[in-house]
Design a binder for this molecule. Structure first.
Ligand code: ADP
Ligand code: MG
Length: 247
C-alpha cells in the first residue's frame, strides 16, 4: 500500500458551463483529510458532493486549484463507489469484479469478498437479476478490489431498505477495520454518518462551502441504535442549527 498521509483539497473554482447556463459549483474550498481517516460529508442535494468526489478521483480535471495527495508519487489506488452501481450488464457478478483488477484476478481474495458481502451464490448471475442492494454490494467489492489507499463512496446506500443498508454498512466498516485506508463517504443520513465517521463535514450549496467540521469522538464499535449516537445527533442538531435544514 502506498504511504498516503493525507489529501489536501484546494479548489479555487469549479464552474459548469453549458450553452445556456453558467453554474459555479465550488469556490474557495480548502480541506485537509488525514491518513486513514473516515470522513463523512453531509450536504443538500445539488451542493456539489459528486462534483467534489469526481475532482478528487481525478475524473474531472476542469477546475482551478489543486488536489495534493501525499504519497501520490507512488502508485495510489483509488476505489470509487459511484452513486449508481454502474455494473457492466453483459458480464456476471464475478466477471464485473475480476475486471476491476489490473492484473490476473486473485481467486481467493474475490471468494473472500464475495463471502463477506454474501454474494457467493449470485456470482454467476447477470446484474439484471440482482436487487439494487446486491448491485451496490458488487460495486463496493469492485472498489475494494484495488486495495484502495483512498475509498470514495457517493451515497452508496440511498434507496436501500434500512436493514440492508445497516448490513452493508457493517460490512463496509469491517473491511475498513481490517484494512485501514482513507475514506470519503457522502451521505444524507446523519445517524449513518455518526455511526461511521471520525469526522463530519457539513456542506452548503451555491457555491459549496464548509458549514461545520466536527470530530466524532465516540469509541469505535458503535451500534446504529446506541444512545451515544442519538445523543451526539441531538447535540449536533441543537448546537449547529444551521445543519437542521439538511436533515
Ligand atoms: P450533489 O452530488 O451534491 O447532489 P452535484 O455535484 O451532482 O451535486 O452537482 C452540483 C451542481 O452542479 C448542481 O447544481 C448540478 O446541477 C450542477 N452540475 C453537475 N453536473 C453538471 C454538468 N455536467 N453540467 C452542468 N451542471 C452540472
Ligand atoms: Mg451527487
Amino acid at each position: 500500500m502506498a504511504a498516503v498521509s493525507g489529501i489536501h483539497i484546494d479548489i479555487r473554482d469549479k464552474t459548469y458551463r453549458t450553452a445556456s447556463h453558467v453554474h459555479q459549483a465550488i469556490a474557495g474550498l480548502e480541506l485537509h483529510i488525514g491518513r486513514n481517516q473516515f470522513v463523512c460529508m453531509v450536504g443538500p442535494s445539488g451542493c456539489g458532493k459528486t462534483t467534489l468526489l469526481n475532482i478528487i478521483a481525478g475524473l474531472d480535471q476542469q477546475f482551478q486549484g489543486r488536489i495534493g495527495i501525499d504519497g501520490a508519487g507512488q502508485r495510489l489506488h483509488i476505489g470509487y463507489v459511484f452513486q449508481n452501481p454502474r455494473l457492466l450488464p453483459w458480464h456476471t457478478v464475478r466477471r464485473n469484479i475480476e475486471l476491476a483488477f489490473p492484473g490476473p484476478p486473485p481467486t481467493a481474495l474475490i471468494d473472500e469478498l464475495l463471502d463477506v458481502m454474501q454474494l457467493r451464490t449470485a456470482q454467476h448471475h447477470y446484474p439484471e437479476r440482482l436487487s439494487l442492494g446486491m448491485q451496490r454490494r458488487v460495486a463496493i467489492i469492485r472498489a475494494f478490489a484495488v486495495n484502495p489507499d483512498l475509498l470514495l463512496l457517493d451515497e452508496p446506500f440511498v434507496s436501500l431498505d434500512a436493514p440492508t443498508a445497516r448490513q452493508i454498512r457493517a460490512l463496509l466498516y469491517a473491511l475498513w477495520r481490517q484494512r485501514p485506508h482513507t475514506v470519503l463517504f457522502v451521505t444524507h443520513d446523519l445517524r449513518e454518518a455518526i455511526a461511521l465517521a471520525d469526522r463530519l463535514i457539513f456542506l452548503s450549496s451555491e457555491p459549496m462551502r464548509v458549514l461545520a467540521d466536527i470530530p466524532v469522538d465516540i469509541p469505535r464499535d458503535r451500534r446504529d441504535s446506541s444512545s451515544e449516537i442519538e445523543t451526539f445527533r441531538q447535540h449536533l442538531l441543537s448546537d449547529y442549527g444551521i445543519i437542521n435544514s439538511h436533515l
